[in-house]
Every structure is written in structure tokens, then in C-alpha cells.
Design a protein around this ligand. Structure first.
Ligand code: PA5
Length: 432
């Protein structure tokens, strides 16, 4: 199970005050699990892992089989926000760091519809012309502009290249069961569709076909991921002060109330960079409202110790950091001895690179605590599908508890509409 170490906060809190916050977090957990809080019609994610059966898994895998049969070698996954970040985070975490240059283990998956850059779009079209391409388009509302623009272009490319009937077999839509332009378009064109249930919001949807279909297409084991999430679902439903999700939510709120307004999601593993992006969306959209909320930021160490390290150590004291540690590296590399030792590195000869990474992590933790930055650590055993499934569920659960403890509705995002209204007016969309 995901482990949590809060000892890096000891210098900043009083144990009796923390106990009070744990009790409040337990109350928030009850509100979440008893479905008595604001937004309680969006709690379907809580039991998704235990309720997803073999038939649903096989349905996701049928897309992989169908496209492998067609010798597809590139899949464009179109979506934004919660319809993008979970799959991106998982695929980045599980892939070889140089998969783009080496070839990937499953189909090559690229993402689109998460921006409106003309250069990116043109370059995507350059890429699809060189490949045997298929497309997954994901939008819960079915009306979001960014993915709709990308999909219109991809659809045209697929129809012009393969003909209408074959294009239809190369498009999968993941959307609402009844509403939205994507649903009606899919019905009309006859695309294979997956439903995003009404009671699962975008940023809580990584363990639905929204995440599972792209992750399976990239060649990863979605059954193992769901198994990890299912084990987390059972473990984190304990109403106990030892529940790591409760303790983490309590500590976040205590630190926030004591002026620590920014949470830095950190990892010493660059494969988790996009998990940081997913984390930011999950917590930012869920908690940042009503003039409240911890601002979520993310860094990758040691890389960012050479860019953000100075601020973290000595800038405004409004930060705490949550470090996700992968306890066992997947590979081993030993630093060699050099007879001349011109670089003076022989003191490291025979040591694993990961040993240096660990010492960097420990040294950073000590320095940051000395500098006034509380340190929370979340540990997983290794970076695989099972552990990632646990991690996704863990953060979702923490987010629900923590937001209720903060006193906001975790499941709406009214603020996201503001830019859209202005953009639509400027684009002269009918009705704006
Ligand atoms: O978490 C959310 O609900 C949002 O981030 C959405 O996922 C995002 O806005 C995309 O929406 P849609 O899937 O409707 O296109």
C-alpha cells in the first residue's frame, strides 16, 4: 500500500493540533463516503476499481486488438484537462524515457486537443501523414473547443486517407452517454463509443475508459492498474486515524491554515513529471474556489534544484513539499572507477546512480526542513501499473477528503467557464 511519512513536518506542528486536524479529516471522510457533501452526485469514482469487471476491461482491450489487426502504428489521443492528463501521466511514467527514439512497447500514442497552437497542430498533421493512424477522441461534455478543433482535423485526415468506412473503424469516442456534440456525431457516424458515467468528473476519470483505453493502447497492463486501485479503495476506506489518506489530508489543511499556501509536488524520478501535472489539475480544480485553496505546483528533482532550488530554500516561506518516492529503481547502473580520476569521482565508484539520487533526496529534505519547508513523503514500492493504480486512487481520495475539510465542493469547476465565455465572444460563436 502507498506509505506516507509525515516526520518531515514534525518541526512545524504540535502533535495535539495535528490530532485535531485528523479528527476533522475523519469527519470529512465520512461526508465523502456517506455522500452527504456538496457535489455528491459526482462520487462514482469512489467504487470504480471494485466495480469495473472483466467485460469492461475486455471492451477496452478490444480496441487494441482491432487496431493491431489493422497494423495501426500511431494513435492520436484527443482530449484536455481530465480527459487527457491521467493517460498522459500513466504513459509517461511507464514508458522508456527514450521511447520516442527507440520505439514504444505498444502502439505509439501522441496527444492532441490539449492546446490551440497552430504550430503544434500543423506538426501533428505532418506526423499522422507518415503513419498508419487511428484516433481516440475524449470529451465528457462533448463540446470542448480544443479537442473539437483537433478532432475535426483528424477526422478529415482519416477520411481522406482511408475512406469513410475505414476511418470509422479507426475512431473511438469516449463521451457522455446522451449529451453533447461528440455523442451525436458518434451516433451519426457509427463510431465505437465508451461512456463516461454522469457521476464521474473529468479529473477523477483516469480509471475509466478515459484513461484505460489510451493506457492499454500504449501497451500497459490496465488490469494490474485497476487491481492496485482496487486494493487502495479497500485500504483507504478504513475510518481510522492511521489511514494515510486521512493523515495526508489533515496535514495539508493544517499547513495551509498555518500560512503554507503552496504545495510543491516533487519527485526525484523524471518519469513522474506528468503525474505532477495530473496532481495539479486534480487539486487545483477541486480546491481552488471560494477564495480558498492550496496552490499546487510541481517540480522534478534534482533537475529543478538547479532552477527552483534557491526559491524553495530561501524565498517566501509559504511552501510545503510532497515528495513521491519510488523505493526501488527498475534498472541498475553502477558508476565505474577511473584509474586517472581526473573528474574526482572515484569516491562514487561502485555505487549505484540511485544511491546518489537517494542521498540527494535526503540532503534536500534536511536542507528544506532547515529552510522552513515542511516535507511530506509518499512512497510506492516500484513504478509499475499496480503501484500507479494505487497512487491515482490515493490522490483522488485525499483530494475528496481534503477539499471537504477545507469547506469547498471538490467536484465542480465554475471558474473554468470564465475564459471560455470571453473566447467564444471573441471568436463570434453564435449565441455569445
Ligand atoms: O476535470 C474536469 O472536469 C475538466 O478538467 C475537464 O476534464 C476538461 O475541462 C475537459 O472537459 P471535457 O471532457 O468535457 O472535454
Amino acid at each position: 500500500m502507498v506509505k506516507i511519512d509525515l516526520t518531515g513536518c514534525d518541526a512545524f506542528i504540535k502533535p495535539e493540533v495535528f490530532d485535531r486536524y485528523v479528527n476533522k479529516a475523519l469527519e470529512a471522510q465520512a461526508v465523502l463516503e456517506n455522500q452527504t457533501g456538496a457535489g455528491n452526485d459526482f462520487l462514482g469514482w469512489q467504487h470504480l476499481p471494485s466495480e469495473t469487471g472483466q467485460a469492461e476491461i475486455d471492451d477496452c482491450l478490444s480496441v487494441v486488438d482491432s487496431w493491431l489487426e489493422r497494423e495501426v502504428d500511431l494513435v492520436v489521443v484527443i482530449g484536455i484537462g481530465g480527459s487527457y492528463l491521467g493517460a498522459k501521466a500513466a504513459i509517461e511514467a511507464l514508458s522508456h524515457s527514450f521511447a520516442a527514439h527507440l520505439g514504444s512497447q505498444g502502439l505509439k500514442v501522441v496527444f492532441a486537443g490539449e492546446n490551440l497552437s497552430e504550430d503544434y497542430t500543423a506538426e501533428l498533421l505532418d506526423l499522422v501523414r507518415l503513419h498508419n493512424t487511428a484516433c481516440v477522441v475524449i470529451s465528457k461534455s462533448g463540446t470542448t473547443t480544443e479537442p473539437a478543433v483537433a478532432f475535426r482535423l483528424l477526422k478529415r485526415h482519416l477520411e481522406e486517407t482511408y475512406g469513410k468506412e475505414e476511418a470509422c473503424a479507426r475512431i473511438v469516442a469516449i463521451t457522455d452517454k446522451a449529451r453533447g456534440a461528440l455523442k451525436s456525431l458518434s451516433n451519426q457516424e457509427g463510431y465505437k463509443t465508451f461512456v463516461i458515467e454522469d457521476n464521474v468528473g473529468g479529473r477523477f476519470s483516469v480509471l475509466t475508459p478515459v484513461g484505460l483505453v489510451p493506457i492499454a493502447l500504449a501497451g500497459f497492463d490496465i488490469e494490474a492498474m485497476l487491481k492496485g486501485a482496487k486494493d487502495a479503495e479497500a485500504a483507504l476506506s478504513q475510518r481510522s486515524a492511521d489511514n494515510p489518506a486521512v493523515r495526508y489530508a489533515a496535514m495539508r489543511n493544517l499547513l495551509y491554515d498555518n500560512g503554507k499556501k503552496i504545495e510543491l509536488f516533487a519527485s526525484f524520478n523524471p518519469k513522474l513529471q506528468y503525474l505532477g501535472e495530473w496532481f495539479k489539475q486534480l487539486f487545483g480544480e477541486s480546491e481552488g474556489k471560494d477564495g480558498k485553496g492550496i496552490f499546487p505546483a510541481s517540480v522534478i528533482f534534482t533537475t529543478d534544484l538547479h532552477s527552483m532550488g534557491q526559491y524553495i530554500q530561501q524565498g517566501e516561506r509559504i511552501l510545503f513539499e510532497t515528495v513521491v518516492t519510488v523505493e526501488n529503481a527498475g534498472r541498475e547502473v553502477t558508476i565505474p572507477s577511473d584509474p586517472q580520476d581526473l573528474d574526482g569521482l572515484n569516491y562514487l565508484a561502485g555505487k549505484h546512480v540511485e544511491h546518489c539520487n537517494r542521498m540527494a533526496q535526503l540532503g534536500t529534505k534536511m536542507a528544506h526542513i532547515d529552510g522552513g519547508v515542511p516535507n511530506l513523503e509518499i512512497r510506492i514500492d516500484r513504478l509499475d501499473e499496480y503501484n500507479l493504480g494505487q497512487l491515482f486512487y490515493f490522490f483522488e481520495k485525499v483530494c475528496g477528503i481534503s477539499a471537504y475539510q477545507l469547506g469547498v465542493n471538490p467536484f465542480n469547476q465554475p471558474g473554468v467557464e470564465a475564459y471560455k465565455k470571453n473566447m467564444f465572444k471573441l471568436l463570434e460563436k453564435p449565441g455569445y
